[in-house]
Write a protein that binds this ligand. Structure first.
Ligand code: TEU
Length: 550
């Protein structure tokens, strides 16, 4: 049954265990705490939780520097707590996907320790070495301004080792057959513990050939092998790839036959959505949707606004990027790595109307939405924290001390306790009681999104609106159609729209009790307020009754 493809119409929510809920008062979030929040998440409408790395780690890159792929960092609990958590999630019908960070390990990992200590160790070749410093040692750093090079000298090994990311994250030699077997073992282990798949970290880096001095080649075939292994072990598990690439490369990662990544984050549409929000111009985002539209039938985009990293604007033109910087991150301290903005969504966008517009847009572009914890209540950032730490502060549950996140005097990262983004003002407990809160609005929107499977499954057509600030998307799937409209301008605008229906046919507004009938020319005149948005069921009587049976 085609409807078994759960990831086509899921609501994914990304959680960092360490900053979500601390149950034992040590200042660090844990699995027991997260388990207690599962009713909150299922109430919000989430269907799949993406757990960021929780394995043992010195935590120099928020857990993306792992020292044991088969464990749980003791600060987050035990493996038993993890299994308890997955069981509780299962009780509520929630799926779990976890980060798979295999481009590199921590330099503290026993494999690297063995590799550096003994040239003859079998682990030596698990990493990438060079006797001399390669000439291009400064080329291709991922964190410019913070990271100096991609080759560092190791005094113990007395050779240079390769690292695309920080110097404490040596790259694994993923071409080594033993490393490949180990990767399968790691995937197999977590699948056996009940996860529904992996968010594959840094995919283009993970599959690159890294011989010093040689041309950079990407081994896409390896992705097909990962996929085959995954599917052999678990038929409905998925790979969600992190690959910030240009549209021409999408097919390499999805595979022509859809036999590589099931899903990829749509970084391209993401950046153009922010451009539209900053400029008021809908055309570039329409173009980005068009450019990423042709993907294999069973592949899917992951749509998102913000994640745990900087908002990377590297795919925009210099002019576009300058405009987004000037609107959403004009101060130097808001910018990062020369290409991005290290702010959360709410402070960047400034107001509730823009936030609603952005969220409604993200939920309605082709793909499956991925939300970032805290964005559902409009959490802020802390620019005092280093690099991407700014957007990683603990979840704000209530106005109790430490935002109800922990009873410890000191937490893993400080909670936001000052100014307009303080937990005293922005927290789940307060918003739960307020029918007009961001939280309740988000919950309602998620419900609509789930009731409109056309977005996850259907064909998307971009309609002409005659107004440069309005994006109109029509979705069709199994005799159901949906129309969404978004006005990026702060001023109201009126559009004349040919939705392709007969005279008198109706557009039923799903968000408020309202409808529009086509005029004698078969067209609809619709007035949108500044930052206005609409979701219409096309043609039918009642949007649920109209739904054809799957
Ligand atoms: O990021 C990998 C990556 O490719 C980065 O370019 C990313 O797009 C972003 O710019 C990083 O700020 C992943 C994780 O998302 C990131 O948190 C880790 O630091 C990184 O891997 C190393 O594991």
């Amino acid at each position: 049954m085609i409807d078994d493809l759960w990831y086509k119409n899921a609501i994914i929510y990304s959680v960092n265990v360490g900053t979500f809920m601390d149950s034992n008062g040590d200042g660090v979030g844990d699995f027991e705490g997260l388990s207690r929040c599962l009713d909150y998440l299922s109430g919000l409408g989430v269907t799949c939780i993406w757990l960021q790395p929780f394995q043992p780690s010195p935590y120099r890159d928020a857990g993306y520097d792992i020292t044991d792929y088969y464990g749980v960092d003791p600060r987050h609990g035990s493996s038993g707590d993890f299994v308890d958590f997955t069981n509780q999630a299962k009780q509520r019908g929630l799926r779990i996907i976890i980060d798979l960070v295999l481009n590199h390990t921590s330099d503290q990992h026993p494999w690297f320790q063995a590799a550096r200590a003994d040239r003859k160790s079998k682990y030596r070749d698990w990493y990438v070495w060079s006797k001399k410093r390669p000439a291009d040692y400064r080329k291709g750093v991922v964190f410019p301004g913070v990271q100096q090079s991609i080759w560092s000298y190791d005094k113990i090994a007395r050779e240079w080792y390769y690292h695309r990311f920080y110097e404490f994250q040596p790259d694994l030699n993923t071409e080594n057959p033993e490393v490949q077997t180990e990767i399968q073992r790691i995937m197999g282990y977590w699948l056996e513990l009940g996860v529904s798949g992996f968010r594959v970290d840094a995919v283009p880096f993970m599959i690159e050939s890294r011989m010093p001095g040689k041309k950079r080649v990407l081994n896409y075939e390896y992705l097909t092998r990962l996929r085959n292994f995954l599917q052999w072990r678990e038929g409905d598990a998925i790979l969600l790839g992190e690959a910030n690439v240009v549209p021409a490369e999408d097919k390499d990662f999805f595979g022509d036959e859809g036999d590589r990544m099931h899903m990829l984050f749509n970084f391209y549409v993401n950046q153009h959505m922010f451009y539209a929000l900053a400029s008021g111009d809908a055309e570039p985002v329409a173009k980005a949707i068009r450019a990423t539209q042709k993907i294999p039938e069973f592949a899917q985009w992951a749509s998102f606004l913000r994640n745990h990293d900087e908002l990377d604007l590297g795919r925009l033109t210099d002019k576009q990027r300058r405009l987004v910087f000037s609107k959403f991150g004009s101060e130097k301290q808001m910018q990062l790595y020369g290409r991005g903005i290290r702010r959360r969504l709410a402070p960047m966008l400034g107001g509730r109307p823009q936030l609603e517009l952005a969220y409604s847009l993200m939920l309605s572009v082709p793909g499956t939405p991925v939300l970032r914890y805290g964005d559902e209540i409009g959490m802020g950032d802390d620019l005092e924290l280093k690099e991407r730490g700014a957007v990683r502060t603990p979840m704000q549950w209530s106005d109790e001390p430490q935002a109800g996140f922990s009873t410890a005097p000191k937490t893993i990262l400080p909670v936001i306790d000052e100014g307009v983004w303080s937990y005293n003002l922005i927290n789940v407990a307060a918003q739960r009681c307020d029918p007009n809160s961001m939280l309740n609005w988000t919950e309602r929107m998620i419900r609509f999104r789930k009731e409109c499977p056309e977005v996850g499954w259907g064909t998307c057509t971009i309609l002409k609106t005659g107004s440069p600030s309005v994006l109109a998307l029509r979705y069709d799937w199994r005799n159901n159609s949906l129309l969404t409209l978004h006005n990026f301008d702060d001023k109201p605008t009126s559009i004349l729209l040919d939705v392709g229906v007969k005279e008198g046919d109706r557009l039923v507004n799903l968000l408020v009790r309202d409808e529009s009938r086509a005029g004698s020319n078969g067209k609809h005149t619709i007035v949108l307020e500044g930052y206005g948005y609409r979701w219409f069921r096309v043609g039918g009587l009642n949007y649920i009754l109209n739904r054809e049976k799957y």
